[in-house]
Design a protein around this ligand. Sequence first.
Ligand code: NAD
Length: 396
Amino acid sequence: MIIQPKTRGFICTTAHPEGCAQQVQRQIDYVSAQPAITGPKNVLVIGASTGYGLASRIVSSFAAGANTIGVYFDKAAEGARTASAGWYNSAAFEDAAAAAGRKSYSIVGDAFSDEIKAKTIDLIRTELGQIDLVVYSVASPRRTHPKTGETFSSVIKPLGGTYTNKTVNFHSGEVSQATIEPATEDELRQTIAVMGGEDWQMWIDELSAAGALAEDATTVAYSYIGPEITHAVYREGTIGAAKNDLEATAKRLNEQLGAAGGRAFVSVNKALVTQSSSAIPVVPLYISALYKVMKEKGIHEGCIEQMYRLFSERLYGSSETAVDEKGLIRVDDWEMRPEIQAEVADVWAKLSTENVYELSDLEGYRREFFQLFGFETDGIDYEADVNPEINIHNLR
Ligand code: NAD
């Protein structure tokens, strides 16, 4: 099959196996060239196939030498349809982990369900004994509650008032105004149910009850704060409310695990191009402006650089994990430096369709978006026939 990108808005419905494999290898090469981390030995990553979860799994395996289990929701190729990018990423990861002598297993299915939690616990018991790091990196538009059966949908909306700001169509470069109406109470409740901390808490409770969690285990989930310009739609909107819930869950879990020497954290990460962030209005234009400023200053990072810094300097650094006044790990510290934010705000005020490629790194954003699906990757022949049916060798 000749595989080309097919996009619908911020979704790409095809993925390229060789391009995805190369993107994964690039991350492995980065981590392998860094000093090794003395850290976790058996790691469970929930939401492990793309973005921050995939990078966490790569750091665990290739910098800390850990065995890993990845849980994710991806689809295999079928007929004329390619597999999803996360499927190809995971297949490439598992091949590389096996070649490096690490154990790695994949569980594909709905992490919110009781069934997938039980299946994961069985696998831990038979193959790894206990887990000493649980990374929770699920980003999903929907969740079906395992006890009540209610299906919740998350929305990205402001609370209390209408929000208007600049946004960009990153395919065409057209800058326009996006206006988003405030969420209803029920939309807020549903967004917290999807992206808040309840499912993370359920995972930790069930792993603990089954004896599948080491006594001094660490767990971490990811959050975002970001700049003034996105506050109304992000941090002070529905997603921000869900992140507040996630952060409150971390506090609870820290107390719960703390008695036996365990730890729970939320790490606030940098804004990056991922499948999830491309769906948020305004954010892709902000990321384009941010990338331009951070690249010019030589402090740009991608998911893998962020996760390596999180593991090596914070979670498993030589001193106690540094947190801010709210107890959050901040690897968004470089993004949030006042001089970076001041420059981004300056660029933001001037951005228009006429100057967007000059003032921001929209071209870099667009290219990274396609790279998420294995396209626009150097060294790949996109005219060549490729087999879309790739096996994940340790799929359980
Ligand atoms: P992503 O879309 O790249 O990855 C999401 C992962 O969740 C994928 O592996 C997907 O398979 C998995 N997933 C989704 N639904 C699932 C389900 N029902 N069962 C099992 N797996 C499921 O997202 P990302 O941007 O890496 O986000 C991960 C976390 O990082 C989120 O909490 C997000 O808010 C946070 N974060 C993202 C950014 C950013 O700019 N991208 C910044 C800071 C924090």
